[in-house]
Design a protein around this ligand. Sequence first.
Ligand code: P1T
Length: 379
Amino acid sequence: MKFNTKTIHGGQKNDPAYGSVMPPIYQTSTYAQSTPGGHKGYEYSRTHNPTRNALENAFASIENGNYGMAFGSGLAAIDAVLKLLQPGDEVVSTNDLYGGSYRLFTKIYKDFGIKFHFVGMENADNIEGYINENTKLIWVETPTNPMMNIIDIKTIAEVTKRKSVLLAVDNTFATPYLQRPLDLGADIVMHSATKYIGGHSDLVMGALVVKDQDLANRLYFIQNASGAICGPQDSFLALRGIKTLHVRMQRHCENGKAVAEYLTKHPKIEKVYWPGFESHPNHEIAKSQMSDFGGMVSFVAKGNNYEEAIKIVENLKVFTLAESLGGVESLAGHPASMTHASIPKEEREKTGVVDALIRLSVGIEDKVDLIADLRQAIG
Ligand code: P1T
């Protein structure tokens, strides 16, 4: 099945009870048993729920995996991956990543005896020097949030396979429409389904997809034992979101390109970060592992000035100043004070997350209105 068909039918079957085309919202915590253990495959909704299971099958299908898991947030999904580790284990992570992932790593798991190395992976060879016998996981975000760096998943996977280390890829920015990390050799793909997967800024959710059965069993055990699952209503919304992922992404890419090209020609803009530019340091890798360049664009106005950046985001009218991304509506964010505030200033500035940086999640409105809004806001 092609991707655009999988978003609608992948892993799905009509409901056996009445043939409903959409999986019903099974808003139940428990299931009747005729005798202890005499049930229809469902005992308790933390462990299994038919609506969530339908969504988990859809996740597995669109990422070309075998097993999907849905969680109460993207961070809950990352937390489940980290629970595969033991004290003394080491993780090598991209140095540019969502502030909340960095906070979970450094403020929670570091205290449980896990060591994190934050490494610029734009050159995949950089990771070799950080891998030792304690290394158990490589954590890759690509494109990175918010600097839009591109990491070569296939080359990193060759290293992790050779060293028997797990490779997890946060695919939130790209979505499986643009990039399928499991096909490139990753072991785990993770999503903040809050973003493009849900697509309508109306839910908070996380996802994991894997191919390997043993790894899936360990993660299902953690999902049930720790309990950070999502509810049936949100599962239904995410399933509905997935059905239009391909059409939404097409427009996100088209509008993202138009906005990036507009900004780069604007005399008051100094730097635009978007992997579709031929001048992007890893444009060739982006071209080889992604089918287009997505709807996320970051930029800095001339003078690299904090006050100027705040003025721009306050002036925007069609773009809403807000955390998050990936919804149909355009959003603007100020990473230094919002999504990446939990990363110390010295650390974030090393990767380019300066106080003047603005991040745009370009929505699917008419691009003429988006560009007009940027024009009036930049002045
Ligand atoms: O917010 P949550 O669903 O828990 O997902 C966390 C997360 C993980 N990975 C990436 C790449 C993310 O961007 C996020 C969440 N990011 C934002 C809220 C944001 O505005 O960047």
